[in-house]
Design a protein around this ligand. Structure first.
Ligand SMILES: Nc1ncnc2c1ncn2[C@@H]1O[C@H](COP(=O)(O)OP(=O)(O)OP(=O)(O)O)[C@@H](O)[C@H]1O
Ligand SMILES: [Mg+2]
Length: 309
């Protein structure tokens, strides 16, 4: 959102919107009925800066959880730790009931945990279809020992291509199949990255600001895809700054500030929570910031605390 963009309007919640999908007590660290991810005492510092300091956090299976918080709150760092792209100073977590002992991104992806990046990582000089195929697990064809089993890996390759094409279709990118990824718009590259992540058939997909820089029409379609994933049984955690998106598609919201979970709960309750508003405003006077009106939480430009990643 540009700095001079008007605040998004948040209409008052109706009774149905207020009702969160989880009936657990909405306090930081609350236990969930069926968590796919359980985090315990996770910490990461950079020099003197504590980027992540999560005492306890559970992510419920099969729903859309959004992770929000001001710029620099530690959201991306938390994703990096959980998915093996960075190492924690201390702490542990379990995924799908099993402790994660030596986190490596490809191993975690095989177990069903996949993530996308805040800055897209498509290979500009490869065709779109090849970019999606990079997400395919067990690429037997790449292994020398597989040479004698040529027909088997060719069949697998065909199956992967078919799956990649279906995903391109699902994300309205089929017409770009053979174009170089570099020719896609920023928004289309975000979709491409989600498509690639889905090649692994993940149990949990973690999306780092998937809507950022995506035009409104494409964002709307991406929101539809995210909700559809949860309907299909995939657990989704996504980092998002736009509160209209958060309230539109989240079943549950976790708020991070200065590395800590400061609130969690149903979307409407959380974005109207004084502690959350204070965190976004850097603890300045809410009434002054908002003309004495209701919550101003509108996006990353509501605060300017510098950007992490
Ligand atoms: N590799 C690094 N080296 C030093 N500091 C880092 C590093 N990665 C992150 N940080 C710092 O850690 C803090 C958390 O950063 P992080 O990128 O996780 O925040 P974020 O919540 O994702 O922010 P944003 O909403 O702007 O993406 C920030 O102060 C950032 O500058
Ligand atoms: Mg980030």
């Amino acid at each position: 959102m540009p700095p001079d963009a008007p605040p998004s309007t948040i209409t008052p919640p109706t009774d149905t919107e207020v009702e969160p999908i989880l009936t657990v007590h909405p306090v930081p660290g609350v236990a969930k009925p069926d968590p796919i991810l359980v985090i315990e005492g996770l910490q990461r510092s950079f020099g003197g800066l504590v980027a992540v300091d999560v005492d306890h956090l559970e992510i419920e299976r099969g729903i859309v959880t959004s992770l929000i918080g001001p710029n620099g709150a530690g959201k991306t760092t938390l994703f990096n730790l959980l998915t093996g792209f960075d190492r924690a100073d201390r702490g542990r977590w379990s995924f799908d009931g099993r402790p994660v002992t030596s986190p490596a991104p490809d191993q975690l992806a095989r177990q069903g945990m996949i993530r996308t990046f805040q800055l897209t990582k498509s290979l500009a000089k490869l065709p779109v279809i090849q970019n999606v195929l990079l997400g395919a697990p067990n690429q037997v064809g790449e292994r020398l020992w597989a040479a004698p089993f040529r027909s088997a890996w060719q069949a697998q390759e065909q199956a992967n291509i078919h799956k990649a094409e279906q995903l391109l279709d699902r994300f309205n990118l089929a017409h770009m199949r053979d174009e170089l990824a570099g020719t896609l718009s920023g928004g289309q590259r975000k979709l491409l990255e989600v498509a690639r992540a889905l090649m692994t058939d993940p149990k949990l997909i973690m999306l780092d600001e998937p809507m950022a820089g995506v035009n409104p029409a494409l964002a709307q379609s991406l929101m539809g895809h995210v909700t559809a994933l949860a309907v299909d049984g995939v657990s989704v955690v996504f980092i998002e700054h736009d509160m209209d998106v958060v309230t539109g598609i989240s079943d549950w919201v976790v708020v991070l500030a200065q590395g800590k979970v400061i609130a969690e709960g149903g979307p409407w309750k959380v974005i109207h929570d004084d502690v959350v508003i204070d965190a976004y405003l850097g603890r300045r006077d809410r009434a002054t910031q908002n003309g004495g009106e209701a919550p101003p939480v509108t996006g990353p430009d509501a605060v300017d605390e510098g950007s992490g990643a």
